[in-house]
Design a protein around this ligand. Structure first.
Ligand SMILES: Cc1ncc(COP(=O)(O)O)c(C=O)c1O
Length: 460
């Protein structure tokens, strides 16, 4: 049977019989049936029932140039025909891997001249753990093992990625975190800082890092890792004072600063990388997702000169790598994607036009009775749902009000994600302002439906 000839029911039956989905309660998904997405174009996807959805999550924070970009399709096709795979292990490499390395050195901040490729963001963060510990070993300070991260951070789902992340549910399964990874509180003003100004709270949240370094002893700390904006944690945009102070603290104690740019990289915040938007200078950066706009898996680590010099000049062999490090087809797609971002001026458009426009639209959504806080950064936004707008009281988490809202979004042609009761978007960077209007109108409609729904359920 050809794929297109199968009915939705048939797809769902086969899916629940054989496919275990990520981050999913398998049994309850099997009971509900999954949604089968069959096609995409520009900022829209279609399911197997023919319903069109405005994809305000860019797939999973990755389809930044939108669906159906011919330049990326051609790049993959040509490279598949010419050389679908070769490795970069044994004194070999391929032209796309070389050219992408060159291009990444061009678009990343000036301290980055080297890249180590992986297949995903999680693998990239595994590389980070290996690399920062190796760096301190080579420098004769093997005691510097501890990596400090933050609660509610998301750094992937491998053992190291999940350990670096600060998600309680993940830590509760599989004996995580692995040793020598510790967490401080996240810089979430809505949850932890409402009694003070955002700027004061930013300094206070950064101080949590300094306190932790002093508690552990700086001579035991290898690195601090953070996302510029915590994405999967609910688009938590830190106060402007936060990152410069984090930089000062890392500098003062000599510890490496790692920016996980898997979501924020390649223009999402209005600069090429989130660290540029927030004014800090990382030693290492993880990237994935937007590097290929999700058309094909690719990730990696940008290695700043401070680390690269030590590893290259004194490190000897680095016993680490992946079969798909520098995969030629993935690299060819990444080159086409980055060239497209450059050609269309997407980073600048996000900074000067789309980001400010989205911010204004979200300010208007902040007036909705269900919204306690609206935040944006570039082409990312979050709406915190609240039970009582005046007091900021949130819903009982067990009610899962966010999931109710998400249900209305899906039902009305909008992909919007719920992280607890924070409703988030990260739409493609190729949107027009008219499409932002369309998205915001759908969000407003879904908020209204959610309000009526929670009233009906007696939750207000
Ligand atoms: C900040 C961040 N780091 C790492 C990852 C993991 O990337 P991947 O799912 O490609 O392994 C993600 C995924 O969402 C992410 O948001």
């Amino acid at each position: 049977m050809k794929r297109t000839e199968r009915s939705t029911n048939d797809w769902q039956a086969a899916d629940s019989a054989h496919h275990l989905h990520p981050f999913t309660d398998f049994k309850s998904l099997a009971a509900k049936g999954t949604r089968v997405i069959v096609r995409g174009d520009n900022i829209y996807v279609w399911d197997s029932e023919g319903q069109r959805l405005l994809d305000a999550m860019s797939g999973l924070w990755c389809v930044n140039v939108g669906y159906g970009q011919q330049a990326l399709i051609d790049a993959a096709t040509e490279q598949l025909k010419r050389l679908p795979f070769y490795n970069s292990f044994f004194q070999t490499t391929t032209p796309p891997a070389i050219e992408l390395s060159e291009l990444l050195a061009e678009v990343t901040p000036p301290q980055f001249k080297h890249v180590f490729f992986s297949g995903s963001g999680s693998e990239g963060n595994d590389t980070i753990v290996r690399m920062v510990r190796r760096y301190w070993d080579v420098l004769g300070q093997p005691g510097r093992q501890v990596i400090i991260s933050r609660r509610n951070a998301y750094h992937g789902s491998t053992m190291a990625g999940a350990s670096l992340g600060g998600m309680q549910g993940m830590h509760a399964q599989g004996g995580l975190p692995i040793p020598d990874i510790v967490h401080i509180e996240q810089p979430c003003w809505f949850t932890h800082g409402q009694a003070m100004s955002r700027d004061d709270f930013g300094l206070k949240a950064a101080k949590w890092l300094e306190d932790k370094i002093i508690e552990i002893g700086a001579d035991k700390v290898a690195a601090f890792i953070g996302e510029p904006v915590q994405g999967a944690g609910g688009v938590v945009v830190p106060p402007d004072t936060y990152w410069p102070e984090i930089q000062r603290i890392c500098d003062e104690h000599g510890i490496l600063l790692v920016s996980d740019e898997v979501i924020c990289g390649f223009g999402r915040t209005g600069r090429w990388f989130g660290c540029e938007t927030f004014g800090y200078r990382p030693d290492l950066m993880t990237f994935a997702k937007g590097v290929t706009s999700g058309y094909i898996p690719l990730g990696g680590v940008m290695v700043g000169e401070r680390v690269a010099k030590v590893l290259i000049d004194q490190g000897g062999e680095f016993h680490h790598g992946y079969t798909y490090s520098g995969h030629p087809v993935a690299c060819a797609v990444a080159i086409a994607n980055i060239r497209l971002i450059q050609r269309e001026g997407l980073v600048e458009r996000v900074r000067t036009e789309l980001g400010p426009y989205l911010a204004r639209q979200f300010e208007s959504l902040a007036e909705h009775p269900l919204v306690g806080e609206a935040q944006t950064c570039g082409m990312m936004g979050a709406l915190q749902l609240v039970r009582n707008k005046a007091s900021g009281e949130v819903f009982d988490p067990l009610l899962e009000a966010g999931m109710v809202c998400r249900g209305h979004c899906f039902g009305n042609g909008l992909v919007m994600r719920a992280v607890g009761d924070r409703m988030i978007v990260a739409p493609p960077l190729v949107m027009t302002t008219a499409q932002i209007d369309e998205m915001v109108a759908l969000i407003r409609q879904c908020l209204d439906l959610t309000l009526a729904d929670v009233k009906r359920r007696g939750w207000l």
